[in-house]
Design a protein around this ligand. Structure first.
Ligand SMILES: NC(=O)c1ccc[n+]([C@@H]2O[C@H](COP(=O)([O-])OP(=O)(O)OC[C@H]3O[C@@H](n4cnc5c(N)ncnc54)[C@H](OP(=O)(O)O)[C@@H]3O)[C@@H](O)[C@H]2O)c1
Length: 224
């Protein structure tokens, strides 16, 4: 069986994604900073009959991220689908005039260097497999900068550019690249923004291989 690697495998969208793809038969590689938390989620998923393992890595540490993905593919099987959806830290969400170089550097490490390292690591395996999907999940500031959330707005713009260029670079290869934008946040019970609804949308993006960018809802008119 092939593996679905979730970078940012928490209890919200991460867990819903794991269950949705797990139902389709994927083995699940769960990656976040805390080994304890990904192990606990993997235990829960295994109790439900899925195959799951946890790997600790901080996405701001490219070597650790690459090593986690490498171990996952050796222990579970080749990575066919990669989802990049870690939840940005609070310091990336400061207003523009209060944001320091260190804040923005950290956001760029998180949203640009992390995806670059992860994709670089999994791409060759997808080529050997003859198929693959790379999914990016972002808030609305990825397509509409908001001065209240300066770090993510600057870094998500870089991530969006990277993802769009990856889509171009993969145009002649059997590797699909997609981005889901969730304006205004994930909301349990919301018809379009509940984690399970979003996980279903990401599953369809993978299965149907359509447009590059999808929106959970329309962008808010004046998020600032
Ligand atoms: N939550 C929202 O309202 C909202 C709004 C718009 C967009 N989104 C997008 O939706 C996605 C998932 O959000 P979510 O709230 O549903 O998250 P989630 O499933 O609860 O999990 C996200 C996980 O990311 C991990 N993480 C954070 N920083 C990390 C780092 N430096 N390295 C590795 N892992 C890290 C955290 O685990 P550790 O603490 O163990 O590292 C956390 O459990 C993200 O792409 C986010 O941008 C969310």
């Amino acid at each position: 069986m092939t593996t679905f690697a979730i970078i940012g495998a928490g209890r919200n969208l991460g867990a819903a994604l794991a269950r949705r793809f797990g139902r389709e038969g994927f083995d699940l590689a769960l990656i976040s900073r805390s080994q304890e938390r990904v192990d606990a989620l993997a235990d829960d998923l295994r109790a439900e009959g899925l195959t799951a393992r946890g790997y600790a890595a901080n996405v701001r540490d490219p070597e650790a991220l690459v090593e986690a993905l490498d171990r996952a593919s050796q222990e579970l099987g080749p990575i066919e689908v990669l989802s990049y959806n870690p939840l940005p830290q609070k310091e990336f969400l400061r207003p523009l005039l209060e944001s320091t170089v260190a804040d923005v550097r950290a956001a760029i490490e998180f949203s640009v260097y992390g995806p670059l390292a992860a994709v670089h690591q999994v791409l060759q395996g997808m080529r050997v497999l003859g198929r693959g999907t790379v999914l990016f999940v972002n808030g609305g500031s990825a397509v509409q900068p908001v001065q209240h959330f300066a770090g993510t707005s600057i870094a998500f713009a870089g991530e969006t550019a990277y993802a769009e260029m990856l889509r171009q670079a993969m145009a002649d290869e059997p590797i699909h690249v997609g981005q889901l934008i969730i304006p205004g946040g994930i909301i349990a019970g919301h018809p379009d923004k509940d984690p399970e609804v979003l996980a279903e949308k990401l599953w369809r993006m993978h299965a149907e291989r359509g447009e590059f960018r999808h929106f959970a809802t329309e962008l808010e008119e004046q998020p600032y």
